[in-house]
Design a protein around this ligand. Structure first.
Ligand code: ZN
Length: 401
């Protein structure tokens, strides 16, 4: 089981490392960052299709905003806080690195007077967040101090909540399936002891979420007291191949933050009303999701997600140029291919490609060059001779969304 730990897998695949000077932080290596960007790309594509506009909000914001949002009172121990400007005329101010992007998105909503016609307004951000987790809690990608959240917020009318939650549930199920997870459990977390907002507001928010989840065809278990301090949430828990559970996606109904930060829109009768705010994340922390993904697949990522998809090995030194030419051909077709023209035995090259998690291995020897073929080896089964002109089509099928 030791070799299933994502840190061991990542070292073998050369994905990232950590070191003492950056506790809880990740140094992404080229191969690891390639996967990271593929994950982001997948989310970006699907969010766009679901009607979200991507934004970016500041890393550092003034203490006053965190106080207004309530995060200061609740989270300041976990926030990285800086005092700046003590030596200039403006005087000292306290700024905090964002532990989440919500207050920033409310500022975009508030930057002009929104009409009911603008709703639902859907904003998404790959939010780079920092939280000062205790060093004892840090664990590879699973618990970091710096991470990117696939964060999104929907500002909408109460009567739009049900459809937005249902859309989210569909989006989430499609994304999880694409990453190879089909066992997803759902929990509805209700009001915690320590919370903002009136009980009547909580009654309404919990009710909305339960109705929407049921309408989306979800079976959920109640998790009393597990909600966020500003609202109840649906939590989506992935079960990996080892049977362990990982809470990743969430959607939360929030009637408190729009109130605290005074967000309003112009209703059809001209009056000012508060929007409902939905907080959603499909993956949660991308770092953490990648850790779960690596362990779930034991490093053998699906073809579309592998940092390198195809290794092309020459059998003898005479085929080095042919191997390089084939790599160039595959790359030109948009595939991620690498050549292995070292003077090593073929078995060693196969072994090394597997260690790196490269799903397809092509061998090119004298016979293959003469026949215009390449010998394809996958994890299972013997080599398969494929005509060179069919290779691209063969791999494109595997890479297709
Ligand atoms: Zn949020």
């Amino acid at each position: 089981m030791e070799d299933q730990d994502h840190r061991v897998i990542a070292r073998r695949m050369d994905l990232f490392h950590q070191q003492e000077e950056g506790q809880g932080m990740i140094f992404w290596h080229p191969r690891g960052f390639a996967v990271y960007q593929l994950i982001e790309g997948e989310i970006r594509r699907r969010m766009r299709a679901a009607g979200f506009a991507e934004v970016r909000t500041p890393q550092l914001l003034d203490r006053s905003l965190w106080e207004a949002s309530g995060h200061w009172q609740k989270f300041s121990k976990e926030m990285f806080v800086f005092e700046v400007g003590a030596d200039n005329d403006d005087g000292a101010r306290q700024l905090a690195l964002k532990p989440m992007s919500c207050p920033g998105h409310v500022q975009i909503f508030k930057s002009r007077l929104r009409s009911f016609r603008d709703l639902p307004l859907r904003l998404a951000e790959f939010g780079a967040c920092m939280r000062n987790e205790p060093s004892g809690a840090l664990l590879g990608l699973m618990r970091t101090r710096a991470f990117v959240q696939d964060d999104a917020h929907i500002f909408c009318l109460e009567e739009q909540v049900e459809e937005e939650v249902a859309n989210f549930c569909r989006l989430l199920q499609a994304v999880y399936a694409r990453f190879g997870f089909d066992d997803v459990a759902v929990g509805l977390s209700t009001r915690p002891a320590e919370r903002a907002g009136e009980d009547a507001v909580w009654d309404r928010a919990e009710d909305m979420l339960a109705v929407a989840a049921t309408a989306a065809g979800l079976k959920f278990v109640l998790q009393p007291g597990e909600g966020a301090f500003y609202g109840p949430k649906l939590e989506f828990v992935l079960r990996d191949r080892k049977g362990r559970s990982w809470q990743c996606g969430t959607i939360q109904v929030d009637l408190v933050l729009p109130e605290r930060l005074d967000a309003v829109f112009a209703a059809s009768d001209g009056s000012r009303r508060r929007p409902v705010m939905l907080h959603q994340a499909v993956l949660g922390s991308i770092e953490r999701f990648m850790g779960v993904l690596l362990e779930h697949h034991a490093g053998k990522l699906p073809f579309w997600l592998a940092p390198d998809q195809v290794a092309v090995a020459s059998i003898g030194p005479e085929q080095a140029n042919d191997a390089e030419a084939l790599v160039a051909e595959l790359k030109a077709a948009g595939l991620r291919a690498v050549a292995d023209v070292r003077q090593e035995r073929l078995a060693k090259k196969v072994h090394d490609a597997r260690q790196l998690g490269i799903p397809a291995f092509l061998a090119v020897g004298a016979q293959e060059v003469a026949n215009g073929t390449a010998a394809l080896r996958r994890e299972e089964g013997g080599p398969l001779k494929i005509p060179r002109e069919e290779l691209v089509v063969h791999f494109e099928k595997e890479a297709a969304p």
